[in-house]
Design a protein around this ligand. Structure first.
Ligand code: NAP
Length: 334
């Protein structure tokens, strides 16, 4: 039986997600409905992607009984309301990153998912790429010895995009791109909470973070450094340094198609998209979609690779870094 997807939001990432699903067998993944704030947007999107049902409003999608899981692809200030709508309607959910604006919102979403006994995952797609599966294998088998340092960077010029810079649209480097560095660091350090975080940054006139540098210290003197920026193109790679070896995750670190382990490079090519994509390597969202399917088939309510605790940790560390840099969203004051 195919996993029947409903799509919430008809923006750029929703388009790419559907193109990624189309790289998977149709007998396993089907998009059966889409909802937008405006019916004409939903209809146009449905026509472009050959989706049979189009709704003008997310509530109708929540009421559709013939959906196994909803993909939430709206901008992050609207993740809380959308996720609560779908979890309360007993729908399984895959929600785009960042899961919400702060820890308090993430807690509300996760509590609702638990209370309604539905599957829920933050769409940290990077973790499901073959290169990241290999990183976890190398770490589990202790092939690097003890990891002592992780450095990760993600910076691209995005200040021309309103969603990335306007505070009310959830702008800011950390939540948009820095989260990818943070999720890598958290994965390597096995979901541990940092003992100490020191962050500094450069704000934009809009009050959100343009560039952030943060150092994180973990138990046993293990360190990490992350840099993220909406202003400048950084190398956008990462290194994981252990006592017995080093992994380099080359550009693009958030969706890598290669890995360099102790100097030896391995390629992990992606399938070609059937339509032009909005973002780099988006067909790689197929791996998170397949994780969702496998979890649903097993009756799991969360993924072991990107768990509720993982989402909570990301939000807590993001809150701490934002606090130190001085970025406050209206949601923090509610
Ligand atoms: N995984 C990745 O690689 C990746 C890449 C890019 C973005 N993202 C994440 O995906 C989310 C969407 O990003 P995007 O670039 O696709 O955004 P987008 O195209 O600008 O907007 C996505 C949707 O959000 C809703 N929306 C936009 N502005 C709104 C507003 N002012 N008020 C209420 N709703 C609004 C609209 O839904 P309707 O269609 O219903 O009107 C829109 O179609 C973000 O949370 C972002 O962090 C992830």
């Amino acid at each position: 039986m195919a996993t029947r997807w409903g799509i919430c939001g008809t923006g750029r990432i929703s388009h790419d997600f559907i193109v990624a699903l189309e790289t998977l067998p149709a007998k396993e993944h089907q998009v059966v409905a889409v909802a937008a704030r405006k019916l004409e947007d939903a209809r146009e999107f449905a026509k472009r992607h050959n989706i049979c049902r189009a709704y003008g409003g997310y509530e109708e999608l929540a009421r559709d009984p013939a959906i196994d899981v909803v993909y939430v692809g709206v901008i992050h200030p609207h993740h809380l309301s959308a996720c609560l709508l779908f979890t309360n309607a007993k729908k399984n959910v895959l929600c785009e990153k960042p899961l919400a604006m702060n820890t308090k919102e993430v807690q509300q979403i996760l509590a609702s998912a638990k209370m309604n006994d539905v599957f829920f995952m933050e769409a940290v797609w990077t973790r499901f790429f073959p290169a990241f599966v290999e990183i976890r294998r190398l770490l589990t088998q202790e092939e690097l010895g003890e990891v002592k340092m992780v450095r990760a960077e993600f910076g691209v010029p995005l200040t021309h995009k309103p969603r990335c810079v306007q505070k009310e649209l959830g702008g800011g480097a950390l939540l948009d791109v820095g989260i990818y560095c943070l999720q890598l660091i958290s994965m390597v350090y096995n979901g541990e909470k940092p003992e100490c975080i020191q962050a500094t940054g450069v704000p934009l006139e809009t009050g959100v973070d343009e560039t952030v540098v943060a150092t994180l210290k973990y138990s046993k003197n293990r360190l990490a450094v992350l840099t993220c920026s909406l202003r400048m193109e950084l190398p956008n790679d990462a290194v994981i340094v252990g006592t017995k070896g080093t992994i380099r995750v080359p550009y693009p670190v958030w969706c890598p198609t290669s890995l360099v382990v102790n100097g030896k490079e391995t390629q992990y090519p992606l399938p070609e998209p059937c339509l032009p994509l909005n973002f780099t390597n988006s067909t790689g969202m197929r791996y998170e979609a397949e994780e969702v399917r496998q979890c649903l088939l097993k009756g799991l309510k969360q993924s072991a690779v990107m768990s509720h605790a993982d989402s909570l940790l990301l939000a807590e560390v993001e809150d701490e870094i934002r606090g130190q840099v001085g970025v406050v969203y209206s949601q923090d004051c509610q």
